[in-house]
Design a protein around this ligand. Structure first.
Ligand SMILES: *Cc1c(COP(=O)(O)O)cnc(C)c1O
Length: 365
């Protein structure tokens, strides 16, 4: 079996989360599976919901073609559209939908002969100021695309910069700008990422674009204190990142552990070494105290994370031994918890997982 590091991916949890996203938003939902499904494996995730998903969203034609090659026939949206005009023939050949967010893309689309009309998601910069058509030019661009025989359907789209901040006043401002700027246009609308699906019903429209919530993490990281059970409590973690103890030893009080001697024992300490390090995507910056679960019991990381190993405190876990299962994140240790210890978000940790063995399960079939 080799080195014991496994990313267990529960496809039934992924499907459950997709259904929850779609039902709580209403209308249709594109499952965002860019970046190899946030590190979970885009093909396996897409296949798990292939017969019910309204479509998928990815970041590039390469990601889209991987799904097409695996037999995914549902609509696939390229979230950044095309990066060069030369991609248009493949976009056509594989029947992909494109986001148009730059004026040069509009011009390129108009100037290229296409074999059949293409579906366009026309993105507005309603305040994120990254990509998108300026609000004051949006109507004119829409009218141009609409009148062009090479354009099939147009979806009106924008993206929020602060949807994951409960009570943000910026999201309502973006929403207002968006709606004022599309006045008079009758076309489907798509605004919501996961945080907006969960927390901003005013932004719900025809199409949702959930990403992170499909993999389990609450994008609000527990900030929402609504009455009753928040919707996010019904999300299920999809990935369990599991290593094992490969060494156990007891050190005397006052002894340092690991590179830099960053942890020094204040009592006789039972130290466990886990088969996971920063080369696997576990963050090197995780400090002493970051939670891990050994054989189902919570304990803490101690000392500095190294490339292939990390160390944990087993002093209060006398039964833990070589071979004991260690959960780095999953059901018992929320990936959000590890992320907040290192000042990042679950998205980054999940996308970074590598070198682990990926094992897929699906209990509902
Ligand atoms: C990545 C992405 C999403 C999904 O965002 P989450 O926060 O993961 O739900 C939605 N829309 C666009 C345009 C994106 O780039």
């Amino acid at each position: 079996m080799g080195r014991p590091l496994t990313a267990r991916i529960r496809l039934d949890a992924f499907r459950h989360n997709y259904r929850l996203a779609k039902a709580s938003h209403g209308g249709r939902a594109l499952a965002v599976v860019k970046a190899n499904a946030y590190g979970h494996g885009a093909v396996r995730c897409a296949q798990a919901i292939a017969d019910e998903a309204d479509g998928f969203a990815v970041a590039s034609i390469e990601e889209a073609l991987t799904l097409r090659a695996a037999g995914i026939s549902a609509p696939i949206l390229l979230l950044e559209g095309f990066f060069e005009t030369a991609e248009l023939p493949d976009i056509q050949a594989h029947d992909l939908w494109i986001v148009v967010h730059q004026h040069w893309q509009v011009e390129a689309l108009m100037a290229t002969a296409l074999s059949r009309p293409v579906t366009v998601w026309l993105k507005m910069d309603s305040g994120m100021h990254r990509v998108g058509i300026e609000p004051e030019r949006y109507q004119a661009v829409y009218a141009r695309l609409k009148s062009h025989p090479q354009v099939a359907d147009i979806v009106l789209m924008s993206h929020f910069s602060r949807a994951d901040e409960a009570g943000s006043t910026y999201l309502p401002r973006q929403l207002k700008i968006f709606h004022e700027s599309i006045a008079g246009i009758s076309a489907p609308i798509s605004l919501s990422n996961s945080a907006a699906v969960l927390g901003w019903s005013a932004a719900h429209a025809d199409w949702a674009r959930p990403g992170i919530m499909l993999y389990g993490p609450d994008p609000f990281v527990g900030q929402m204190d609504e009455p009753g059970e928040p919707l996010s409590a019904r999300l299920r973690p999809v990935m369990q990142l599991e290593g094992a103890l490969i060494s156990v030893r007891t050190i005397a009080p006052g002894e340092p552990v690991g590179y830099g001697g960053m942890f020094v024992s204040d009592r006789a300490t039972r130290v466990g070494v886990v088969s996971c390090g920063y080369a696997d995507g576990y963050p090197r910056t995780a400090p002493t105290g970051t939670p891990v679960a050994v054989d189902g019991q919570l304990t803490r990381l101690i000392g500095r994370v190294s490339m292939d190993m990390l160390t944990v405190d087993l002093t209060d876990l006398p039964k833990a031994e070589i071979g004991s299962r260690v959960e780095l994140w999953g059901d018992q240790v929320p990936v959000n918890e590890v992320a907040s210890r290192v000042g990042t978000i679950a998205y980054e940790l999940l996308c970074n997982v590598k070198r682990a063995r990926f094992v897929y399960s699906d209990t509902s079939y």
